[in-house]
Ligand binder design. Structure first.
Ligand code: B12
Ligand code: SF4
Length: 570
């Protein structure tokens, strides 16, 4: 039986906890007496308690994050009653701030705030040896020297490498001060010694890892380091390689561009935080970004690189209005990222955004993840509408399932698509919305060029935002909830809205929709779409990229890593 169990509830089984592995790696001689048991928030606290109690540790370390704060509180309530003698140590971003206001703290023996890589080990030593009879309840971990930390990467096991998202970090901290973000409190930036880091990446690569997800807040901050890391991956290119970085959008000097341009399409993914385009809101939340350089970099990336661009916008920042958010969304659409993640503002514990609460009448949900409910400039009903907008945009825009048809909702020049022999159906072809395998005549569809969402060419007042908002309002009016909608039904709904309700010509929308359906290599087609099918061959290039990224590139899908291996892990 292990003396120490390190545990957390991940957001999904797919996400491996990097934080726990960092703590485990730095336990030194205690590592042999410790075990990691990971769970996810879809599991019941009772089941999790059973697995933890079966391991019978003396010390239980739990990582608490905004996504697991609720179930972790429930879990602790159970554990406290069944094992009052168990030493419970909490840590993680959620309990690192405002800890005095959280009921969960009352159920713990110790709380370590901040980066606990070394502090957890020394607390465990104390608790197990009894040298310090009364370590304090609240321990503020000194910011560790990252050069002194043991490498956690060997603790990813074969199943992690094959089935889960594997996180890595070349630096910690962020020099920026965006008030909604916890990382704004983490100055200074510290780089892990580069050569040992790259050796660890080499070892992961040797063990078969091909999808690397960097958690560095701003990958492109230190040019020399970014270059070296890009060169490392350039030397190891393969069709399976996929590397994700978070970056600031207005910094892409020629040396980096030159390297980025050498990666094949789909190998690199950049997550680019834009958050808002409104100058006043930006200034209010202490976020600095150069819009001209940002636009130039986006344009360059879209024209000269195969980078998959995932951009973030936030709804509900203090002073943001429906109009200003919409303008920002349209501006971002015009820059052409493959995905736009629309997130609802959250009041994360410890973040300085609360200084705007009174002036901007910010009302947040008191329960995690503390989403904004209303502001002086966005009432509750409007925020609810925007929340639906975000959900449906994710389903129809970001999914990559409608790359050609969806932009037809807002571009105005509806040029006829290449006609198929039967592309003129009756007004509503959706009688029996079933799917059949293969096409009637044995022909199939190819990957045609997509309509790019060019700004200024739009039906609905030139605005993608207005078009998607109207579409989302309509879905709401039909009672559509936005999750669990089978794919053929999604196609049917989009048809009903665009052709039957909005009047986009069927002979234009139908072929685009049919091509979208077949693009990832799907063998079937809803029967009502068959009349719109062309005679091109389906595109079935091999690609081992994540699904969404593959769809945006028009490549056939590979199955996602299996997600049902949910046994506790050691
Ligand atoms: C990976 C990640 C995710 C993954 C989930 C990972 C998982 N395991 O399930 C995904 C992509 C799903 C995700 C989603 C979200 N995330 Co996130 N995510 C991260 C990210 C990028 C990396 C985490 C990491 O590995 N860090 C590196 C390790 C070393 O640091 P660490 O995890 O903090 O661990 C250290 C300490 O916290 C502490 N510690 C950790 N565990 C324990 C346990 C014990 C016992 C002790 C003593 C100490 C301790 O010591 C560790 C070593 O120093 C961080 C940002 C960042 N770069 O850290 C944000 C971050 C954790 N996410 C955040 C947020 C807000 C979200 C979202 C709400 C964003 C959104 N969509 O609006 C969602 C919520 C998901 C949901 N379902 O509701 C916030 C967390 C705020 C909070 N109070 O928890 C962060 C910090 C981003 C930020 N700067 O604001 N996220
Ligand atoms: S939003 Fe990005 S740039 Fe701003 S503080 Fe957070 S991590 Fe840094």
């Amino acid at each position: 039986m292990p003396d120490i169990v390190l545990s957390t509830l991940n957001a999904k089984y797919l996400h491996a906890s990097f934080g726990l592995r960092c703590l485990m790696a730095n336990l030194g001689e205690l590592q042999l007496r410790a075990k990691i048991l990971e769970f996810d928030i879809n599991q019941r606290p009772l089941e999790i308690a059973e697995a933890l109690l079966e391991a019978a540790p003396k010390i239980l370390g739990l990582g608490v994050y905004v996504w697991n704060a609720g179930p972790t509180l429930e879990l602790l309530g159970i554990l406290r009653r069944l094992r009052p003698d168990l030493k419970i140590v909490l840590g993680g971003p959620e309990v690192s701030y405002e800890w005095d206001q959280q009921p969960i703290i009352g159920l713990a023996d110790h709380v370590i705030t901040g980066e606990a890589d070394l502090a957890f080990a020394s607390l465990c030593r104390n608790l197990l040896s009894g040298t310090d009879p009364r370590p304090p309840k609240l321990i503020a971990a000194p910011v560790p020297d990252v050069a002194a930390l043991a490498s956690p990467y060997e603790l990813y096991d074969a199943r992690d490498l094959e089935h889960r998202v594997v996180y890595v970090e070349a630096s910690r901290g962020c020099p920026f001060t965006c008030e909604f973000c916890l990382s704004s409190l983490e100055i200074p930036v510290r780089q892990f010694p580069l050569e040992p880091f790259l050796s660890a990446m080499q070892r992961l690569h040797d063990r078969g890892l091909r999808r690397f997800k960097f958690v560095d807040r701003t990958f492109n901050l230190n040019l020399a380091t970014s270059r070296r890391i890009l060169e490392f991956f350039l030397d190891r290119l393969s069709p399976e390689l996929f590397v994700h970085f978070e970056m600031i959008p207005d910094r892409l000097p020629a040396e980096l561009r030159e390297l980025i341009a050498r990666f094949p399409a789909g190998t690199l993914q950049f997550e680019v935080g834009i958050q808002t385009f409104d100058r006043q809101v930006e200034a209010r939340i202490s976020r600095r970004q150069n819009h001209d350089r940002l636009a130039d970099n986006f344009q360059w990336l879209r024209q000269h690189s195969g980078v998959h661009l995932h951009a973030d916008l936030i709804v509900g920042l203090p002073g943001e209005t429906l109009e200003s958010f919409g303008q920002g969304f349209d501006r971002l659409i015009g820059l052409g990222p493959q995905e736009i993640q629309v997130g609802i503002l959250k009041r994360l514990r410890g973040t300085p955004i609360i200084r705007h609460d009174a002036e901007w009448q910010m009302v947040y949900n008191p329960h995690p993840p503390y989403e904004v409910l209303s502001t002086r400039t966005l009432d509750f009903a409007t925020l609810a509408r925007l929340r639906r907008f975000a959900k449906f945009w994710d389903l129809f825009g970001n999914s990559g399932n409608f790359v050609e048809s969806l932009p037809l909702l807002w571009v105005s020049d509806h040029r006829p698509a290449p006609a198929s022999d039967e592309s003129n159906p009756k007004s509503s072809p959706i009688g029996d919305a079933v799917t059949v395998d293969g096409l009637r005549d044995g022909s199939a569809l190819g990957n045609s060029k997509t309509v790019s969402p060019t700004p200024g060419k739009s039906a609905r007042a030139g605005s993608a935002f207005a078009a998607i908002l109207a579409w989302s309002d309509w879905l709401q009016a039909q009672g559509i909830k936005g999750h669990g909608i089978a794919l053929p039904r999604q196609y049917e709904l989009l048809w009903r809205w665009s052709v039957e309700t909005s009047g986009i010509p069927a002979e234009i929308f139908g072929p685009a929709l049919a091509r979208d359906y077949r693009r990832p290599g799907r063998a079937d087609l809803p029967t009502w779409l068959i009349p719109f099918a062309g005679a091109e061959a389906p595109l079935r290039r091999p690609a081992r990229l994540p699904r969404r990224q593959a769809r945006h590139l028009g490549l056939s899908e590979q199955p996602e890593p299996t997600a049902d291996l949910r046994a506790p892990r050691s």
